[in-house]
Design a binder for this molecule. Structure first.
Ligand code: PAF
Length: 281
């Protein structure tokens, strides 16, 4: 496995190969990322993992500075799962001048849920992913469903810009107790880590209530279910930003929850750590 830090080296390394499968990451890798790489291996060409903590997607008060940077360990893990090439640019390599050209996703998808609490987040994500796509020119790019809204925003970007890239989605990797794997889990104290699976448990409770209502023909009261889930989290010491039952197709509130494929998404703070999770229903 080669590790390169510049766009020139990257392009040279890929010049004579088949088009790559790209796994974009911000490093601090865990089993969830490695599952993306394993999935990418099925696509024929070389597997490229990018490691870049993208300042553009962090608000000034967020954790850009303390985001864990563990390049050596990440490379060992990537080598172990058959990654062929790691692209780990410095900030000055990827952003040699202020990145004033940006990719702005549509508000109806990107200003809700995560976007409502993290203004500019998806512009930062789309801009760096577009740039990574230009650098690697992959045939396939693999993303986790844990960042469900991100996946939908990026699918829209690829579709509307007619990028010749297939977006592959991989199910969320979870710890045995149900906690969705995330680099930010490393911030949790021991008692917080013990409490953290309650986020997934709360989503399962919403899922169970929706399925039970659908089975009995009762009306699905999305607002009541969301409020109840937020209340449960608050009573356990969480500060939820949202628990939202949405249509899978466009992440809008469902007109008829019984008739449309749904997903329940949540973001909540436990102590200083903000966790997100979701469950398709
Ligand atoms: O999901 C992430 O880790 C990041 O948002 C991504 C896609 C690598 C862009 O920085």
């Amino acid at each position: 496995m080669r590790v390169v830090h510049t766009i020139t080296e990257l392009r040279q390394a890929l010049a004579a190969t088949r088009p790559a499968a790209l796994v974009p990451t911000m490093g601090s890798l865990h089993e969830g990322h490695l599952a993306l790489v394993k999935q990418a291996r099925d696509h024929g060409g070389p597997v490229v993992a990018s490691i870049f903590v993208n300042r553009l997607q962090f608000a000034p008060h967020e954790d850009f500075d303390r985001y864990p940077r563990t390049l050596e360990r990440d490379c060992d893990l990537l080598k172990g799962v058959g990654c062929n090439l790691v692209f780990a640019p410095t900030e000055s390599e990827l952003y040699p001048e202020p990145q004033t050209y940006k990719v702005q996703p549509p508000g109806e998808l990107a200003d809700v849920l995560e976007g409502a609490f993290r203004p500019g987040f998806f512009t930062g994500v789309c801009t760096v992913v577009m740039k990574l796509f230009q650098c690697v020119q992959p045939r396939v790019a693999v993303f986790g469903k844990k960042d469900y809204q991100q996946l939908m925003v990026l699918r829209g970007m690829v579709r509307q810009f007619a990028l010749p890239i297939e977006i592959v989605a991989v199910d969320t990797a979870r710890a045995d107790d149900g906690l969705a794997l995330s680099s930010r889990n490393a911030y949790l104290s021991e008692p917080e880590r013990a409490e953290a699976p309650q986020l997934a448990a709360t989503l399962h409770a919403v899922q169970a209530a929706v399925l039970a209502a659908a089975k009995s023909g009762a009306r699905i009261d999305a607002a009541a279910l969301e409020a109840q889930a937020m209340g449960t989290l608050r009573s356990r010491g969480w500060a939820p930003d949202y628990v939202a039952l949405r249509r899978r197709s466009d992440l809008q509130a469902p007109a008829d929850p019984a008739a449309e494929p749904l997903v329940v998404l949540a973001a909540a703070r436990l102590g200083k750590t903000r966790l997100i999770d979701n469950l398709e229903i």
